[in-house]
Write a new protein. Structure first.
Length: 178
């Protein structure tokens, strides 16, 4: 039984980052070069092969900084919590957990005063504003830390899913509707 690598979320964009970097490797001398290299710098071989590697030290430094920024962002959120979640097979994603789901559970005025210290209509407006704020912040964080926005285009009966990168803003609108 397969499973999807990333967890999709309602109302929020899916930003993912692979944990492997691309490079080129010389089959003759074993030298590793940039991904856009056309010939080996050491021996001159022109038949370079693709090479993927994971830099755990650099990723750990990035992860700490990203989590610090997410902690700062979570401090201002009332209904949601954003975290960094590992993919099932590889990579990492931003994941938004809903702590108080106003779409799912119909809070009355007294409950809104108890939980959120405001009346029901204000709580629902703040909830919608917070969803928009989270999508804006995820886009900013994603660009800054090398995350890519993807959408799940297919999910099969065995649990496997196919994710496709979103290259233009209109595709995001279409993905949200379908």
């Amino acid at each position: 039984m397969s499973t999807a690598n990333y967890r999709t979320m309602d109302n929020f964009s899916l930003f993912v980052r692979e944990d492997q970097d691309e490079a080129k490797r010389c089959p003759e001398c074993g030298a590793i070069m940039d991904a856009d290299a056309t010939a080996c710098d050491l021996c001159g071989c022109e038949e370079l092969e693709d090479y993927y590697f994971s830099d755990e030290v650099a990723w750990e430094c990035d992860r700490r900084e990203i989590e610090r920024e997410l902690d700062d962002l979570n401090y201002d959120l009332m209904f949601h919590k954003i975290s960094l979640r590992s993919g099932y097979y590889s990579g990492v994603q931003f994941y938004v957990e809903i702590e108080h789901d106003l779409d799912e559970y119909d809070y009355d005025n007294d409950e809104c005063h108890y939980y959120f210290d405001c009346c029901r209509s204000v709580a629902y407006r703040k909830y919608e504003a917070e969803k928009r704020k989270i999508n804006r912040k995820l886009t900013e964080l994603g660009k800054r830390w090398g995350f890519q926005e993807v959408v799940c285009i297919a999910r099969f009966s065995n649990g496997e899913a196919i994710f496709q990168p979103i290259s233009n803003p209109r595709a995001r609108l279409y993905a949200a509707v379908s």
